[in-house]
Design a protein around this ligand. Structure first.
Ligand SMILES: NC(=O)c1ccc[n+]([C@@H]2O[C@H](COP(=O)([O-])OP(=O)(O)OC[C@H]3O[C@@H](n4cnc5c(N)ncnc54)[C@H](OP(=O)(O)O)[C@@H]3O)[C@@H](O)[C@H]2O)c1
Length: 293
């Protein structure tokens, strides 16, 4: 599997496995463990979780049960809005590590921007990095202004920004800004969101007519076309699935190459449509969502 080189010299597998709302939101049980284990068996080594997903225990248990050495995995987790701040970030990572049964995470992200807390949160993350508990520091849902704020004081530059990106929300200007700063771009909800969004499949880009035409041309699925579009743009993807066939095919999206024309046709589908929250307005609602113990 292809790796992407980060600005600190470390690498990340380009395809990861998303773990939000396996089963249901904040479900943390044998079902979650079984799904994650089946992803590991299918070949995923990059797993994306978060304290607020409430499933770090099952993710950690699946890693332990796989019997695969820790150093072969790339594990990402995130500090939630209610956990931001100097001491609270340190405590949050400690709790995540305990739940995951790990000594360190490969990538720790600020889940959503909260400009008032950013500096203290980031400096706590830099301390945790110095202690060897985090290999790389990154961002999620950070706008250009949030990134500029970090770059003004950061001793350690963010390696990565995880953004909602799919054919209907492409955030092209922000992506260009991240790339110009040598900050890798990772796409969350790359297929247009999981069941947590409550959006019908007919409304998602996997049902798009233009993408279906391209998929028919290569005799692949629309999901494969969307993921290939991201991969050819050198972006990281973290699709989530509970269906073995999809788990497998998302990791191997097919032996075909989209033409420039195909890519332009998908680029033209952008309608600025978010399935998830908007960083301009998310904070207040996020502060009402608690991280389970
Ligand atoms: N940083 C953030 O703020 C943030 C926010 C949201 C999500 N995320 C991360 O991004 C990950 C992925 O996002 P997501 O879970 O919202 O959505 P997603 O990966 O875009 O889509 C998941 C949905 O697509 C279906 N699916 C998966 N593979 C498919 C395929 N090959 N063909 C057809 N349908 C397929 C899944 O159903 P089946 O299970 O039946 O396959 C599921 O309903 C999350 O799990 C999480 O790790 C991050």
């Amino acid at each position: 599997m292809k790796n992407i080189q980060l600005n600190n010299g470390l690498t990340i597998p380009q395809i990861g496995f998303g773990t939000a709302a396996i089963g249901q939101w904040q479900q943390d049980d044998q079902h979650v463990e079984d799904v994650v284990l089946s992803a590991i068996e299918a070949g995923y080594r990059h797993l994306d979780t978060a304290s607020v997903y409430g499933n770090e225990r099952s993710v950690g248990q699946a890693i332990a049960e796989s019997g695969i050495p820790r150093e072969e995995f790339f594990i990402t987790t995130k500090v939630w809005d209610t956990e931001q701040g100097e001491h609270s970030t340190q405590q949050a990572l400690q709790r995540s590590l305990q739940r995951l049964q790990l000594d360190y995470v490969d990538l720790y992200l600020v889940h959503w921007p909260n400009p008032e807390k950013t500096q203290k949160t980031w400096q706590a993350m830099e301390t945790l990095h110095a202690q060897g508990k985090i290999r790389s520091l990154g961002l999620s849902n950070f706008r250009k202004s949030d990134i500029q704020q970090i770059l003004d004081f950061a001793e350690i530059k963010p390696v990565y920004n995880q953004l909602e990106i799919h054919p209907y929300l492409q955030q092209q200007e922000l992506v260009r800004y991240c790339e110009a700063q040598d900050i890798a771009v990772s796409c969350w909800s790359p297929l247009g969101s999981g069941s947590w969004s409550g959006v019908a499949i007919e409304e998602k880009p996997v049902s798009d007519r233009v993408i279906k035409q391209i998929a028919d041309k290569y005799q692949v699925s629309t999901a494969q076309v969307i993921l290939k579009w991201d991969l050819q743009k050198e972006r990281i993807i973290i699709p989530k699935s509970e269906t073995l066939k999809n788990i497998q095919s998302n990791l191997n999206p097919g032996n075909f190459t989209l033409t420039d024309e195909d890519i332009a046709a998908i680029d033209a589908l952008d309608k600025g449509h978010r399935y998830g929250a908007d960083p301009d307005t998310a904070l207040q609602g996020n502060l009402n969502i608690k991280v389970p113990d």
